[in-house]
Design a binder for this molecule. Sequence first.
Ligand SMILES: Cc1cc2nc3c(=O)[nH]c(=O)nc-3n(C[C@H](O)[C@H](O)[C@H](O)COP(=O)(O)O)c2cc1C
Length: 209
Amino acid sequence: MASHDQPAFFSLARTLRAHRSFTAEPVSDDHVALILDAATRAPSAENRQPWHFVVVRDERRRAAIAGLMAGIWEGMAREWSRPRLDPALFDDVDRGFGGGLADAPLMVVVCGDTDLADRGVLASSIFPAVQNLLLGAHALGLGAVLTTIASTDPGPIGEIVAAPDSLRPMAVVPIGHPARVLGPSRRVAVGDKASLDTVGTPWPGAASS
Ligand SMILES: Cc1cc2nc3c(=O)[nH]c(=O)nc-3n(C[C@H](O)[C@H](O)[C@H](O)COP(=O)(O)O)c2cc1C
């Protein structure tokens, strides 16, 4: 199927990127409402919808979240990540924690409601909603990035957004207008990540882009 015949979703999925630098242009409440509506359409185990999205616009709280993430990055994650990440990705992530993420005009702190879902299914019921949130932002021409570094210790981030103990912060998604145009994402070919019927039997199909 040629790309012009494909539903718009496939182009969005193909061009989704992790944005870590933003302009000062604000994001409207209407756009946030659309994004949150998309997020809350996600599937969840038993349809429990164990999510809570804290939209952080307050400058001091955003700065505190960015500072928290930068502190964890510089304190331990940076040197742990350096040999593990492709150098270009490392530089991007480093620039993000070094200031790019702090420029986002809003951050969504995604919490998992431990009263609504067992620990075992909490993440698998939350991250489909986060993916919808990322795609929703992208569909509106906004940039966003899924980060989980602040959730390594849910206490401090929970404190910043006044989350009760039952709400566990699981991700922070800075959203804004992209400051940079990013090229295509780099991914392993589908043929190397898919099989037909049994693992190792090559999947013969390839999508046309
Ligand atoms: C579970 C998870 C955690 C992530 N945490 C971070 C993070 O803490 N900081 C960051 O800059 N990017 C984070 N990312 C974004 C990834 O680095 C990004 O999705 C990946 O490099 C692909 O980027 P691309 O879509 O632009 O190619 C995370 C992604 C996932 C799925």
